[in-house]
Design a protein around this ligand. Structure first.
Ligand code: GDG
Length: 466
């Protein structure tokens, strides 16, 4: 079997503190299963041209990290990746401020990744590039003479062509994506949007009847590979975490009230402002819930150097403060809003103890928290998942209570239905959701992607059909 080389902006080195983020969870699973090289940014900033990659061996994974120049990183990461691509791909065009300087830095950082990666490559490596930070990397590697199979997986949504076209460099991005052998998406909607973008840039003749894409002499594949979770590992964590001191103390402090839980990186795409509004509405319109439930919202800070995130943080602090001031009692805080990072074991313990999982992003590629919440439940007495129709996960998890997060009335209603759902229905829905999770777990995700990339005909057929 050829060696796997994964490339992502950030990586998850065991000796460093784990950070919240879905990409690292997924790539780590693939790397652990198969071993190989994981290349990415060290997390450290320097002044000037960064040195060669530093290798850290943690068998079966070798981590190769490079530092980035502080100014370049600001333009590439806080700038083009997170203030241009992230909002555009999540349909937030209001705050879009395009800057050519940021795009050029994005290009330069991708070229740097290619320069530093090429000397580490072996002749039969298979290369898997992850996410929107690194769209041009495949093309840069091709220019450096790399002719191995290179795949790309987009963890976030791919927008409709009419939204994508707002970016002055949309055609360059589509051409860069076409340099890969396989481009993977979370949902069929993302794949269709990509195919429409290919048609827009290259014309209808680029789309072949068998689903492949032909550009000149090159052919590439695009497919749907919904990311999943490690169900057994999460179940084991959740069961063990019940005995964790912090989980026990937290449950005691609720004095028998129902627990609603949200766990999200603090990001405007996660719908927290809308979630707090709906919760306020629930307390307003269903007063019987007052002093009977608590919303525990865990929201570790992310991308604090991007302006839109600081604004949203202030709005949430005000909202939580207002709700607690308006409805709280001396012995009851309606929302416990925490901007801190917890170990995953504790998160799973909180999820298992909760009656309702509130996963209501206003746009999300997949959303792993929805799947983690279901995996953490006790099948004999499971909690209920309230899930946004605008998360990729909603396409598979049709037995959750599905709701449009922009509709405060409907969301309040969904929360009410969730806390009141009888045991029989909870069990039935949970069992159906667990089956979906098992059918398409994290191992199936990386196996299917890599089998397709490496040319397994059975995997290819299923990727094209998906
Ligand atoms: C991107 C896409 C797609 C959260 N808080 C803590 C913590 N987390 C973990 C969760 C989960 C992960 O972070 C978040 O994953 P999501 O999928 O929910 O969201 P993104 O970070 O936006 O991920 C997303 C994903 O990539 C994978 O393809 O699903 O659509 O946006 O695993 O549990 N982990 C720890 N402490 C926390 O406080 N340890």
């Amino acid at each position: 079997m050829s060696r796997l080389v994964c490339v992502s902006n950030r990586l998850s080195i065991p000796r460093k503190e784990a950070s919240a983020g879905g990409l690292a969870v997924g790539v780590l699973a693939a790397m652990r299963a198969r071993g190989g090289l994981w290349f990415g940014w060290s997390g450290d900033l320097v002044e000037g041209e960064p040195a060669e990659a530093e290798l850290t061996i943690r068998s079966p994974v070798t981590y190769a990290t490079i530092d980035l120049d502080r100014g370049e990183h600001e333009l590439y990461y806080a700038g083009f990746a997170n203030a241009v691509l992230w909002p555009t791909f999540h349909y937030f065009l209001n705050d879009l401020r395009y800057s050519e300087a940021q795009y050029l830095a994005y290009e330069r950082v991708n070229a740097l990744f290619a320069r530093r990666l090429v000397p580490l490559l072996k002749p039969d490596d298979v290369i898997w590039v992850h996410d929107y930070h690194l769209i041009p990397l495949g093309q840069r590697l091709r220019e450096a003479g790399v002719d191995r199979r290179i795949g790309f997986f987009l963890h976030i949504p791919f927008p409709h062509i009419e939204v994508l076209r707002s970016l002055p460099v949309y055609a360059e991005l589509v051409r860069d994506l076409a340099a890969y052998d396989l481009v993977g998406f979370q949902t069929a909607a993302d794949l269709n949007a990509f195919r429409a973008a290919i048609e827009h840039v290259y014309g209808p003749e680029a789309l072949e009847p068998d689903g492949r894409i032909r550009i000149g002499a090159r052919r590439l594949q695009a497919g749907v590979f919904p990311i999943g979770v490690d169900v057994d590992a999460l179940q084991a964590l959740a069961i063990e975490a019940q005995h964790h001191e912090t989980v026990k103390r937290t449950m005691t402090s609720l004095l028998g009230r129902k627990l609603l839980i949200g766990v999200d990186r603090l990001d405007y795409s996660k719908g927290l402002v809308e979630r707090f509004q709906a919760y306020e509405r629930l307390l307003e319109t269903h007063p019987e819930n007052r002093n009977r439930m608590t919303l525990l919202q865990i929201a570790p800070l992310s991308r604090t150097d991007v302006r839109a995130y600081a604004q949203m943080r202030r709005a949430l602090e005000q909202s939580a403060g207002r709700i607690n001031g308006r409805f709280g009692e001396a012995d009851w805080t309606p929302i416990r809003y925490l901007n801190r990072n917890y170990p995953q074991s504790l998160l799973m313990g909180f999820c298992r103890a909760a009656q309702v999982g509130v996963v209501t992003p206003v746009r999300d590629g997949m959303n792993l928290v929805a799947k983690e919440f279901v995996a953490a439940q006790d099948p004999a007495d499971p909690g209920v998942l309230v899930l946004s129709t605008l998360a990729g996960a909603a396409r598979e998890m049709t037995n959750a209570i599905l709701v449009n997060p922009y509709d405060a009335k409907a969301l309040a209603h969904a929360l009410q239905a969730a806390v009141r759902m009888p045991l029989g229905e909870r069990r039935q829905r949970h069992q159906a959701l667990l089956e979906v999770l098992r059918r398409n777990d994290i191992h199936a995700w990386h196996r299917r992607f890599l089998d397709t990339l490496e040319g397994d005909p059975a995997a290819q057929a299923s990727a094209v059909r998906a």
